[in-house]
Design a protein around this ligand. Structure first.
Ligand SMILES: *[C@@H]1O[C@H](CO)[C@@H](O)[C@H](O)[C@H]1NC(C)=O
Ligand SMILES: *[C@@H]1O[C@H](CO)[C@@H](O)[C@H](O)[C@H]1NC(C)=O
Ligand SMILES: *[C@@H]1O[C@H](CO)[C@@H](O)[C@H](O)[C@H]1NC(C)=O
Ligand SMILES: *[C@@H]1O[C@H](CO)[C@@H](O)[C@H](O)[C@H]1NC(C)=O
Ligand SMILES: *[C@@H]1O[C@H](CO)[C@@H](O)[C@H](O)[C@H]1NC(C)=O
Ligand SMILES: *[C@@H]1O[C@H](CO)[C@@H](O)[C@H](O)[C@H]1NC(C)=O
Length: 395
């Protein structure tokens, strides 16, 4: 415990020293193992549902319920028109939690659902109002800002866009388009290449970042979009950092102006967001030698590092939040074909494996302080299969 606390401080200092003009002026802290109350993900079946599972004091999962979103799931399609899965959406953050609210995309019905999480039971979810139409088609990723009372959705179908709506305790306002991406996609989109991957707010919630995957097979270049959020008429700035191809899931690096982004073609890297121009440039990158598709990233406050997952290699790789070097690899031996979306809470990592139709869907819980799996929790009894997507946590 003492050792990890010390390395946490050291990492926090390195992060602070590495940046001159942080977009986030807030303090980093080394918190004790925090009590996550529940995790959430989407079944993303035709009748879409949120699965909510309670987290115990020792970090393990138990029970679980399924709550309908009132909308439909969907899948990207492969070259012969078949549904993709695992990773049906090719995205990170298909649902998100902020304060006591949960927001979830419905890719098959072009809507967003909002739910209230009960204060007494984090698995007690109630839909607030009806799902609201997004502008654009095939929503796959959602971000919410408590400070701005704003929720923004990325769509990646024939109309690929970012649209945002305000929200109150009574529900969602109507969505308006904030940026349009000319991807020449279809609805449902062909995947997993050429599409919107992940939309997320900067730590200070002044900007919305969106990663868009390129398609090296047709010379389409991916990019990061940076949208100033406080001025509704502001345009986004798009950058294609040198040496990147299939930018995918990402994480802000609190206390810095840098973001950590995976690239399915090689591994992951750290990128600097210029606070005055919003241009994004490469700081460092690292190849993961045995990777197949490194696509999801989650920052660990406690370790000051980032965990990434791979849909076709059943491991978690921990990378530096300062220079992206590989710190450790947790090879999992639980029969899953790979892992998709993940979250870190305190010392515990929660990563979803949708399985592949024959191997059932499961959530793997890893204790990052010892680099070991502590639980492999099956979720097929909760209605989750190979289309399941997303990961969110309430702390
Ligand atoms: C966690 O707590 C649960 C219930 O209290 C117990 O059944 C389980 O064995 C514990 N697991 C670990 C890894 O400590
Ligand atoms: C496309 O997906 C279908 C099932 O969803 C699968 O049977 C088929 O083999 C896939 N085709 C290719 C080219 O991957
Ligand atoms: C758009 O996609 C279609 C196939 O869906 C392709 O035939 C066409 O060439 C593409 N257009 C551009 C400008 O890339
Ligand atoms: C991609 O661009 C390179 C260099 O401009 C070119 O040689 C190649 O033929 C292009 N590939 C496709 C599929 O358009
Ligand atoms: C991009 O990277 C390549 C190889 O790493 C390098 O040769 C080139 O100069 C870089 N371009 C820019 C604009 O930094
Ligand atoms: C599903 O994953 C398991 C474990 O990796 C593998 O043995 C099996 O062949 C896979 N099945 C399909 C249909 O891809």
């Amino acid at each position: 415990m003492l050792v990890s606390f010390k390395s946490c401080i050291t990492n926090a200092l390195l992060v602070l020293l590495a940046t001159a003009h942080p977009l986030d002026a807030g303090h980093r802290s080394c918190e004790a193992p925090s009590g996550a109350k529940a995790i959430y993900f989407l079944t993303n079946e035709h009748s879409n549902s949120v699965v909510a599972i309670a987290v115990g004091a020792n970090g393990t999962l138990s029970g679980g319920v399924k709550v309908a979103t009132g909308g439909n799931g969907g899948s990207t399609v492969n070259s012969t028109g078949g549904s993709n899965g695992p990773d049906a959406l090719g995205s990170q953050s298909a649902l998100t939690v902020v304060d006591n609210y949960l927001f979830a995309v419905n890719p098959g019905s072009n809507t967003l659902s909002m739910m209230k999480i009960a204060s007494t039971d984090a698995t007690d979810l109630k839909l607030i109002g009806k799902p609201v139409a997004v502008s654009g088609q095939f929503p796959v990723t959602v971000a919410a800002s408590s400070k701005n009372r704003l929720v923004c959705v990325g769509t990646t179908g024939a109309q690929a866009a970012i649209s945002c709506a305000s929200y109150t305790s009574k529900g969602l306002g109507s969505m308006s388009t904030r940026a349009v991406f000319d991807l020449n996609q279809t609805t449902p989109p062909s995947g997993p290449l050429n599409g919107v991957a992940h939309t997320f707010f900067s730590a200070d919630e002044t900007r919305l970042f969106t990663t868009v995957k390129g398609d090296p097979t047709s010379n389409k270049t991916g990019f990061v979009s940076v949208l100033p959020i406080e001025n509704p008429s502001a345009k986004d700035t798009r950058s294609s950092p040198n040496g990147t191809a299939v930018l995918f899931g990402a994480s802000v690096l609190p206390g810095t102006s840098n973001i950590f982004v995976t690239d399915a073609s090689f591994g992951a890297g750290i990128f600097h967001v210029n606070p005055s121009t919003n241009d994004v440039s490469l700081v460092s990158k690292a190849a993961i030698q045995d990777q197949k598709a490194t696509c999801w990233a989650a920052f660990s406050k406690q370790r000051g590092s980032v965990f990434v997952s791979d849909v076709a290699n059943n491991h978690l790789v921990e990378m530096s939040a300062v220079d992206s070097h590989i710190i450790s690899t947790v090879n999992l031996d639980n029969g899953d074909p790979g892992l998709i979306d993940l979250k870190v809470s305190g010392r515990f990592v929660y990563a979803l494996s949708p399985g592949n139709g024959t191997t059932p869907a499961a959530v793997t819980v890893v204790d990052s302080s010892v680099g070991k799996q502590i639980q492999h929790f099956h979720v097929s009894q909760l209605g989750a299969g190979k289309s399941s997507q997303g990961m969110a946590v309430l702390e």
